[in-house]
Write a protein that binds this ligand. Sequence first.
Ligand SMILES: Nc1ncnc2c1ncn2[C@@H]1O[C@H](COP(=O)(O)OP(=O)(O)OP(=O)(O)O)[C@@H](O)[C@H]1O
Ligand SMILES: [Mg+2]
Length: 245
Amino acid sequence: MICGRVDRYIVLCDKSPRLTRPPIPRILLNNVSCMRNAQQILRHVNVSVHDGGALVLTGANGSGKTTFLRMLAGFSRPSAGEILWNGHDITQSGIFHQYKLQLGWVSLKDAIKDKFTVLENIQWFEVLEGKQGRSIPALELMGLARLAKEKARMLSMGQRKRLQLARLLAIDRPIWLLDEPSVALDDEGVKLLEFIIAEHRKKGGIVLVATHLPLQIEDAMYLRLPPRFPRRMTLVDMLDRGDWA
Ligand SMILES: Nc1ncnc2c1ncn2[C@@H]1O[C@H](COP(=O)(O)OP(=O)(O)OP(=O)(O)O)[C@@H](O)[C@H]1O
Ligand SMILES: [Mg+2]
């Protein structure tokens, strides 16, 4: 499975044109496979992503989208192949230490502390990050400013997702790994998500997103993971085939 782009730059010098090597991709998956629970989930995946790039992962339930993102986040290792960041293998401990500081992560496990206020839920991460002053603007952008002093347990599902996205903005890391980020968002929330992704990419940020719902992401690469187990034929399929005619 190959997904990526090939860039070739021609530099004119005073004598003759010469080909220079293209810049190395910020993230490169080289023939990567991944096992989980002794089963092969991903097979021979090749992907390259440059600064400002976006990769959208699609595929049936259980096809391995979350596994793909977890592997990039370092929660599991490839069983074969390599994942390179700036040309270095992320599984090397010295490299991983730097690489993980590049990552912003949104998943269905939202890591929101119900007893903290909405604002504290972001500021806590901001302090850990050694940053300050971004929490309130991020809450404002995500439409949560008026709830800043409420306990997080008061939030609806969509508001919790907005809080996760506000945290992503406040922490401001270059590589976003987003697992189903639009789930529970209303139409305006989806538009905001698309907006912050576009703005992040304009600054050179990278977005890797797994989604079942369509998202407007300009010039994104798409990687559709094949279903792991062929779906059993249902009654509807049989009717479509005319078996019952
Ligand atoms: N913790 C785990 N241990 C072992 N196997 C797992 C674990 N989590 C998921 N799997 C298996 O890995 C496969 C891929 O799961 P994954 O969650 O990556 O799929 P997905 O494409 O994200 O699915 P969905 O669209 O439902 O989110 C599934 O067959 C699943 O059963
Ligand atoms: Mg998933």
